[in-house]
Write a protein that binds this ligand. Structure first.
Ligand SMILES: N[C@@H](CCC(=O)N[C@@H](CS)C(=O)NCC(=O)O)C(=O)O
Length: 210
C-alpha cells in the first residue's frame, strides 16, 4: 500500500497550509488507496535518521510506493498522475502543458510569493526587499490573471495536477490576490471541488496544532 508521510501535528500557523495537502488532494481526486504515516513536527519526527534516509531535507510530503521513494510535492503529484492515468493527459503534448504549469506554479509563482511571505514574517515588512518582493509577486499575479481570463483551468481544458499545485501555491499570497479577479475565481473554482473539501476537512480533523 502506498504510504504518505504527512503531518499529524504541526504549528498552528502552518496547520491547514502544509504541502502534504497537495498530495492528499491528488490522492483523493484519483481515488488511489493509501495510508498516512503521521509525522509530529514539534516532536522532531522529521529529524529522525529513518526519516532523513527517505528525505535528506527532513521535510514532508514523502511517499513510499512499495519501495519507490518520491519527495517534492510537484514530483509526487506528477508520479501519481502517471500511475493512476488521472489528472494529466496521456499524450506528450498534453503532458508537456501539465509539466509547464506545474513548474510555473512551483517556481515562477511560488518563489516570489514565498520569499515575500518569509521576509515579512522575519521582521522585514515595509523594508525595501519586502517591497521589491511584493512588486515581483504582483507582476506575476497580474500576468497569471491575464492567462486565466479566458481559461477554466491553468494547463488544459480539464482539471489537472498543475491546478492542484497552482491553487495551493496561491494560498501563500491570499492577501495580495484581491485585485486579480480571474486568479481569485480560478482558485475558488479549484478549491470548490468536492475532493478538496473532503481533503481539508479530514486533515483538520486529524492534524493537531502544536
Ligand atoms: N519543495 C518541497 C518543500 C516541502 C516543505 O517545505 N515542507 C514543509 C511543510 S509545508 C516541511 O516539511 N517543513 C518542516 C521543516 O522544514 O522542518 C515540496 O514542495 O515538497
Amino acid at each position: 500500500m502506498l504510504k504518505l508521510y504527512g503531518f499529524s501535528r504541526v504549528n498552528e500557523g502552518a496547520r491547514g497550509n502544509t504541502r502534504d495537502l497537495r498530495v492528499l488532494w491528488a490522492l483523493e481526486e484519483m481515488g488511489l488507496p493509501y495510508e498516512i504515516v503521521g509525522m509530529d513536527h514539534p516532536n522532531h519526527d522529521l529529524d529522525s535518521s529513518a526519516f532523513r534516509a527517505k528525505n535528506l531535507f527532513g521535510q514532508v510530503p514523502v511517499i513510499d510506493d512499495d519501495g519507490v521513494i518520491v519527495t517534492e510535492s510537484g514530483a509526487i503529484v506528477i508520479y501519481l498522475a502517471r500511475k493512476s492515468g488521472r489528472l494529466m493527459p496521456r499524450d506528450l503534448a498534453g503532458e508537456a502543458q501539465v509539466l509547464r504549469w506545474s513548474i510555473a506554479a512551483l517556481n515562477t509563482i511560488e518563489l516570489p510569493l514565498l520569499a515575500g511571505w518569509f521576509v515579512d514574517l522575519s521582521g522585514g515588512k515595509g523594508t525595501q526587499p519586502s517591497q521589491a518582493l511584493r512588486g515581483w509577486s504582483e507582476m506575476r499575479l497580474g500576468q497569471l490573471d491575464g492567462w486565466l481570463a479566458a481559461r477554466e483551468f491553468v494547463a488544459t481544458e480539464e482539471f489537472t495536477v498543475a491546478d492542484i499545485l497552482m491553487a495551493h501555491v496561491l494560498a501563500i499570497g491570499r492577501e495580495l490576490l484581491k485585485p486579480y479577479t480571474h486568479v481569485i475565481a480560478y482558485r475558488e473554482r479549484c478549491m470548490g471541488r468536492p475532493a478538496w473539501k473532503r481533503t481539508i476537512n479530514a486533515y483538520c480533523e486529524r492534524v493537531e496544532a502544536g
